[in-house]
Design a protein around this ligand. Structure first.
Ligand code: NAG
Ligand code: NAG
Ligand code: NAG
Ligand code: NAG
Ligand code: NAG
Ligand code: NAG
Ligand code: NAG
Length: 517
């Protein structure tokens, strides 16, 4: 029996090898006669995910003609606006949710502190690792924000073939400096090209990704841009697009930063076209959270980044590329999508199992949203979307959370804003100040279908609905607390402050891992 099996597999192997040799000879003769043909293109779809940082719901030409975004406009005209695309209310958790397919409270709801031994749960299989298993080339250009203290947390150790960009949340756009050192990183070492506009370097790196891409492989490109996150800075040539007296300074620079993000995204579209990949591409563009208060416009939504109001968590997003069915182009969908859903959707498109269950980690929450894209079924398959749960990271926002079920959204806890921002921003926010931040203490309840701007709090009127929403929300208290928000507990035993800078000074003054190196 054993022997027979071995013979069988030997024969099979020989046949495969023979087929390969014949194919190689055939290819050679084809090359000889045609003078060099490209490798057979892949059947699997190319997947590009662009994340624009702190981008306001209304800050693109298709929502506000004052914003100059010809490339985004093209993508929307030839794609589908994702009108109800939900994320976390700020940065790192939205990215972790995308990369692991979990709702934020099932991965983490904190931003990694620069000096903390924190990073996205190392036991979770990130999306690029899944896609790599499915034969994809996987590349990342831009901002990481998923931990850096240990090399195990770096992009190339979590499934990316290559990465370039920076590891933390923000830095000078022109000097790549944060605190005492430069945060600029390529694969497994500091990137010494610091000292110029980061977006221009990303454009170059994107060209390299495509130049070096093996056409026989499907491509996964993750492009989490630094724009339009603070510091609010843009090159003069982009500022020149907006008249000096058109609006206040912050707003003018922010608009220019949106145009830069538009340019980098457009560059990727051109590269996909030049490499005959566009027709077989799904490209998704989204913000990681709502526009920041006193900077971006989330018109007509309420609130901004750092709040669970729609302006913080329902973000500008669209899908485009040759794979969008012709009948869906130039349209928009109201189907609910959470950023965690892309994990499952992309795995399915790539033909790899999205299951990532195991000890000490919650299963993947994301659901396949391809039927929403095609229009086959625009109803959400989620019983409920947990935007955040029992979040008490900082003393100023104790025990916050939010959940969507059906047409209702429950918000728990005090919502926090940085400045005297307008709760409902006009398109050209924020050159005037408005009311102070609003409490949802203990709760706010909205019908987000009939009242998308959340002007009518139902929490004191609709007590039956409130109870149902609270029951749903509170059911998450039955989950093991130690598995929620993983990583934030590992804050001890680190070289803090001056010590860390001293460490970096012996390492060329670049941010880098300081444990297990
Ligand atoms: C990852 O798994 C290992 C082995 O099961 C376990 O010891 C560790 O605590 C887990 N880490 C996290 C962050 O869950
Ligand atoms: C880097 O740029 C930022 C933002 O413009 C600025 O605040 C910071 O002082 C600069 N750092 C250095 C070392 O020049
Ligand atoms: C890049 O960063 C290094 C380390 O801090 C610094 O010495 C160098 O001057 C920087 N280069 C530019 C062009 O800013
Ligand atoms: C803004 O400047 C332009 C020319 O730069 C001028 O035509 C226009 O009148 C100015 N608008 C205001 C409101 O000052
Ligand atoms: C990006 O900007 C550069 C410089 O202005 C321009 O030459 C290029 O055509 C732009 N690319 C796209 C795709 O918009
Ligand atoms: C997911 O994977 C785990 C661990 O490999 C396995 O125990 C479980 O049965 C799988 N679940 C599904 C739905 O495939
Ligand atoms: C808005 O309020 C902030 C914080 O109170 C203040 O610093 C800023 O100057 C105000 N801006 C305007 C335009 O009134």
């Amino acid at each position: 029996m054993k022997e027979g099996n071995r013979v069988k597999s030997f024969t099979l192997l020989s046949m495969i090898m023979l087929a390969k040799i014949l194919f190689a000879l055939f290819s050679l003769s084809v090359c000889a006669t045609t003078g060099g043909a490209a490798a057979a293109p892949t059947d699997k779809p190319h997947i590009v995910f662009v994340l624009v940082d702190d981008w306001g719901f209304a800050d693109a030409s298709f929502r506000n003609p004052a914003i100059k975004t010809p490339n985004f406009q093209y993508l929307v005209d030839n794609g589908l606006i994702l009108n109800r695309h939900y994320v976390f209310k700020y940065c790192s958790p939205s990215r972790a949710s995308f990369l692991t397919g979990r709702f934020p409270h099932h991965v983490h709801q904190w931003n990694p502190t620069p000096l903390g031994m924190v990073g996205t749960n190392i036991n979770m299989t990130m999306l690029p690792a899944k896609l790599k298993n499915a034969g994809y080339a996987t590349h990342m250009v831009g901002k990481w924000h998923q931990g850096l203290y240990d090399p195990a947390y770096l992009p190339i150790n979590r499934g990316f073939d290559t990465s370039s960009g920076f590891l933390q949340a923000e830095e000078g756009h022109f000097n790549q400096t944060i605190g005492c050192a430069v945060d600029f990183w390529k694969n497994d070492a500091p990137d010494t090209r610091n000292g110029t506009c980061d977006s221009y370097i990303y454009n170059k790196d994107l060209t390299t990704v495509f130049n070096e891409h093996d056409a026989s492989k499907p491509l996964f490109l993750y492009l989490p841009l630094h724009n339009v996150h603070a510091p609010i800075e843009a090159p003069q040539e982009w500022l020149d697009l907006y008249p000096a007296n058109s609006t206040c300074d912050t707003r003018r620079i922010l608009q220019a930063m949106v145009s830069v993000a538009d340019n980098v995204t457009g560059h990727v579209v051109n590269l996909l076209r030049e490499n005959d990949m566009w027709d077989n591409t799904l490209m998704v563009v989204s913000a990681d959270n709502g526009g920041a208060d006193c900077k971006g416009s989330n018109y007509p939504l309420k609130g901004s980044k750092y709040t669970f109001f729609e302006g913080g968590v329902r973000v500008i997003a669209f899908a485009s590329g040759g794979l969008i069915p012709a009948g869906r182009r130039g349209k928009s969908t109201d189907g609910f999508i959470h950023i965690a859903d892309w994990y499952t959707t992309f795995c399915k498109m790539a033909g790899v199992d999205h299951n990532d269950s195991g000890k000490g980690k919650f299963p993947v929450d994301g659901l396949d949203v391809w039927p929403i894209i095609t229009g086959e079924n625009e109803e959400t398959q989620h019983e409920e979307i947990v935007l955040g749960y029992d979040f008490d990271y900082s003393p100023s926002h104790t025990h916050q959370g939010a959940i969507i079920a059906g047409r209702h959204k429950l918000i728990v806890g005090n919502q926090y804003t940085h400045c005297n921002s307008l709760m409902w921003s006009p398109l050209n926010y924020p050159c005037s100040n408005g009311s102070v931040s609003e409490d949802c203490d203990p709760y706010c309840l909205y019908d987000i279908i009939d009242d998308p701007s959340e002007r009518n709090d139902l929490s004191k009127k609709e007590l039956v609905i409130l109870k149902d929403m609270l029951d749903r929300y509170n059911s998450y208290s039955k989950e093991p607390r130690s598995m929620q928000d993983q990583g934030i507990h590992n804050m001890a035993d680190i070289p803090r402050g001056k010590q860390l800078c001293e460490y970096f000074s012996t390492r060329g003054m670049y941010w880098q891992p300081w444990v297990n190196v």
